[in-house]
Design a protein around this ligand. Sequence first.
Ligand code: TYD
Length: 129
Amino acid sequence: MPRIIELPETEAKGGRLSFIEGENIPFGVKRVFWIYDIQEETERGGHAHLNAEQVLVCLQGHVQVYLENTKGDKYSFSLSDPSKALYFPKQHWLKMSCDTGTILMVLASNEYNEEGYVRDYDDFKALEL
Ligand code: TYD
């Protein structure tokens, strides 16, 4: 089930530091990517991953994340704190509404593979059958 994971956080040297390691998140990380230079409020996502699990951290700015599973359960998360990570399992339809200037970091359980994406919502809904 999608959920917020509170990351360890230390406050030192005039700043905050959070990290992800070991059992902090429920999968081994195979890929890290980041989304940045967002010039205007924008909608991203519009897909699901057949097999990949992901964790999303909003490093700067704000993102509203909408998730839906194949049964139709819907979740919405507001992320703006880099000490919180959003975990979501495979086969969740993802939509994100990013504010201008937002920087996101995403950790994935797989390497990039376009074949692992479902980019058509009707195809996604058909997965429950
Ligand atoms: P996409 O996953 O559709 O972006 P978002 O979910 O943020 O809307 O990816 C956008 C483009 O970047 C697409 O052409 C695939 C490419 N891409 C990679 O090459 N490697 C990656 O690890 C990711 C996540 C995307």
